[in-house]
Design a protein around this ligand. Structure first.
Ligand code: NAD
Length: 347
């Protein structure tokens, strides 16, 4: 099998590539990533020398380029992780989110249709909107109506609808996974957990939106990667699968867990003005993927967060090079003039 993994230099895509390249040495994995501020080639260092991995720099919304790549490579599977993902940023520049998340997805769908690839869309539980804090009995199922709150979630929902439409209209074999908040190694330190770990480790203030009461349903990134692998191999074309591990925590609980693990005082917490349109609670009902595909998370939140904190402490270099901007020169130093957009690592 030959895979195109878009957005593979990001957090979840990078972890997916590590997992797949090692688990399936007989399969080929080509990563396509634009290396935006969120893309980091250093994340792919662990697989850099693997014979079944290759990196291509490029934009999923560049139709001509994507079509040419897919024509040459004839992928069996396209897995789309590439996206603009940070909700704070979509408030500043919604158009970029529509371009990458919606139009980029459409280009990939056209390529999958033209060159007969199986297509998997990595989506999010944020397409369902949010749940009230005082109704802990409510969960998102695959039948929950789409009800988005931010340009980010709206762009992801738009992409999901296109994916479903390509199945219905063109018979394209597609699947969609909608996952809750991920955490784990290699997450860009603008997101809650790595941000709080890096700031707490440095003894800096920890900014918490509002009163920190918003609830997120946390899943370790490797449990998400295993779910995507299972869906691609065993999922039913046309179906959506929710992925979550019943690990609901308020943001404040998460921040306090990190402070406690690092032996830092709660006085470091700084409450800041809430994000506009901030979703209150996300909670996934994962029964369908458990029942139909036999998926179960391997991590509890306790085991996962402990391992994750340890990883950030042991890999300070990785996130410090992001904070000081040095990570962006890794691409140049690795490939320099040899590798321009569209050329592959082995070129
Ligand atoms: N992080 C989460 O908690 C979470 C939860 C559920 C779903 N998701 C979804 O999973 C996917 C991956 O999320 P993540 O947290 O790893 O994101 P990320 O921001 O860490 O990585 C996104 C990657 O996409 C690349 N990219 C952006 N625009 C591109 C373009 N036009 N062409 C090619 N590459 C481009 C970036 O360079 C980066 O490497 C996203 O689709 C996101 O919506 C994330």
């Amino acid at each position: 099998m030959k895979y195109l993994v878009t957005g593979g230099a990001g957090f979840i895509g990078g972890n997916f590539v590590h997992y797949m390249v090692k688990t399936y040495p007989e399969d080929q994995f080509v990563v396509l990533d634009l290396l935006t501020y969120a893309g980091n080639l250093e994340t792919l260092r662990p697989v850099e020398d693997s014979p079944n991995y290759r990196f291509v720099k490029g934009d999923i919304a560049d139709r001509e380029f994507v079509m040419q790549l897919c024509k040459e490579e004839r992928f069996d599977v396209i897995v789309n992780f590439a996206a603009e993902t940070h909700v704070d940023r979509c408030i500043l520049n919604p158009g970029l989110f529509v371009r990458t998340n919606v139009m980029g997805t459409q280009v990939l769908l056209d390529a999958a249709k033209e060159y007969q690839a199986r297509y998997h869309q990595v989506s999010t539980d944020e397409v369902y909107g949010d749940l009230p804090l005082d109704r802990p009995d409510l969960y998102f199922t695959e039948e929950t109506p789409l009800h988005t709150s931010s340009p980010y979630s709206a762009s992801k929902a738009g992409a999901d609808l296109l994916v479903q439409a390509y199945h219905r209209t063109f018979g394209l074999p597609v699947t969609i996974s909608r996952c809750s908040n991920n955490y784990g190694p290699y997450q860009f330190p603008e997101k809650l957990i790595p941000l709080m770990i890096s700031r707490a480790a440095a003894g800096e203030r920890l900014p918490v939106y509002g009163k920190g009461e918003n609830v997120r349903d946390w899943l370790h990134v490797l449990d998400h990667c295993r779910a995507i692998d299972l869906i691609i191999r065993k999922g039913t074309p046309g179906e959506i699968y929710n992925v979550g591990g019943h690990n609901e925590r308020t943001n404040l609980q998460v921040v306090k867990t990190i402070l406690e693990a690092l032996d830092k005082p709660e006085a470091l917490i700084q409450y800041v003005a809430d994000r506009p349109g901030h979703d209150r609670r996300y909670a996934i009902d994962p029964k369908k993927i458990e029942r139909e595909l036999g998926w179960k998370p391997l991590y509890t939140f306790e085991s996962g967060i402990e391992e994750t904190i340890r990883w950030y402490l042991d890999n300070e270099d990785w996130w410090k090079r992001i904070l000081n901007g040095e990570y962006q020169s890794y691409f140049e130093s690795m490939y320099g003039e040899r590798l321009k957009t569209g050329e592959t690592q082995k070129a």
